[in-house]
Design a protein around this ligand. Structure first.
Ligand code: KIV
Length: 302
């Protein structure tokens, strides 16, 4: 059953204010109008238009191929549904690494497309980018731990913060991002103890993905959560699949294929008919639409 949606559009300050309330924040990714509608109707607080679009929608092996223009295209599709949830636009790789002006221009492109906030990956290294974007009055969400845009530098999609130094570095990164003004921080693929330490240390909400239960909120990818990932893709252990929509879609499509081939689609009710007079004037037989259906049924053993 769909949750009751909040009365008005969620803002970044609303999300920030949820820290310490004990009411977990929920974020789900979406990349187009249908996925955005489902996430908003379910009552999530935030829709992340993630650069995971590269993998789950566009079929790439990692997130590195999408550009700011690609992201703006998807943000705009989500924003056109006018969701109550806060739309967070993910800044793609290289959109905030080159210089202050370019960073602000790219963040602004996502806001102009309809985002109410942007997300970027990295800790203390990215404080200049965070400051520049905040200076342009755009709320920023941080993202540390496994940062998929660093896949080559990290040597793969691996759990982070498993060693003492790395765990402490994550806490320092989170503190620095919060002090810089991030309104929330995503913690991806870190041990639950590290996520707990970060969550208890920073004054802004932490949103976990593969970070255990001691976070202020959780995020999952729409396609993972709904089982739309392809039969051969191994999902990380933190994904809980709530539906098998890909299977349901294949079953529905196979039924359509079968109905077309069996002459059962379209039916008369699914057809625009001309008047008998017009059919006669054109020399057409009346009512040929159901004929193949009758023939198929007559031939069928049932
Ligand atoms: O792009 C994305 O979907 C993300 C989430 C995994 C947090 O960054």
């Amino acid at each position: 059953m769909a949750a009751t949606p909040p009365a008005r559009r969620v803002s970044a300050p609303d999300v920030r204010a949820r820290k310490g309330t004990g009411e977990p924040l929920v974020m789900v990714t979406a990349y187009d109008a249908p996925s955005a509608r489902t996430v908003d109707a379910a009552g999530a607080d935030m829709i992340l238009v993630g650069d995971s679009v590269a993998m789950v929608v566009l079929g790439h092996e990692d997130t590195l191929s999408v550009t700011t223009e690609d992201m703006a295209h998807h943000v705009a599709a989500v924003a056109r549904t006018r969701p109550r949830a806060l739309v967070v636009g993910d800044l793609p790789w290289l959109s905030y690494h080159v210089g202050r002006d370019e960073t602000v221009r790219n963040a602004a492109a996502l806001v102009r497309a309809g985002a109410g906030a942007v997300k970027l990956e990295g800790g203390r290294k990215r404080l200049d980018a965070v400051a520049a974007i905040l200076d342009a009055e755009i709320p920023v969400m941080g993202h540390i731990g496994l940062t998929p845009q660093s896949v080559h530098a990290l040597g793969g999609f691996k759990v982070q913060g498993k060693q003492l130094d790395a765990a402490r570095a994550l806490v320092d990164d989170a503190v620095a991002l919060a002090e810089a003004g991030c309104f929330a921080i995503v913690l991806e693929a870190v041990p639950d103890g590290v996520a707990r330490m970060v969550t208890e240390t920073v004054p802004v909400p932490t949103i976990g993905i593969g970070a255990g239960r001691h976070c202020d909120g959780q995020v999952l990818v729409w396609h993972d959560l709904l089982g739309f990932t392809g039969a051969d893709r191994r999902l990380p252990k933190f994904v809980r699949k709530y539906a098998d929509l890909e299977l349901a879609a294949v079953e529905a499509l196979a039924a359509f294929v079968d109905d077309v081939r069996g002459g059962r689609f379209p039916s008369s009710a699914e057809t625009y008919h001309m008047t008998d007079q017009m059919a006669e004037a054109l020399g057409l037989d009346a009512g040929p639409v159901e004929a193949p259906v009758r023939r198929e049924r007559a031939e069928s053993p049932q």
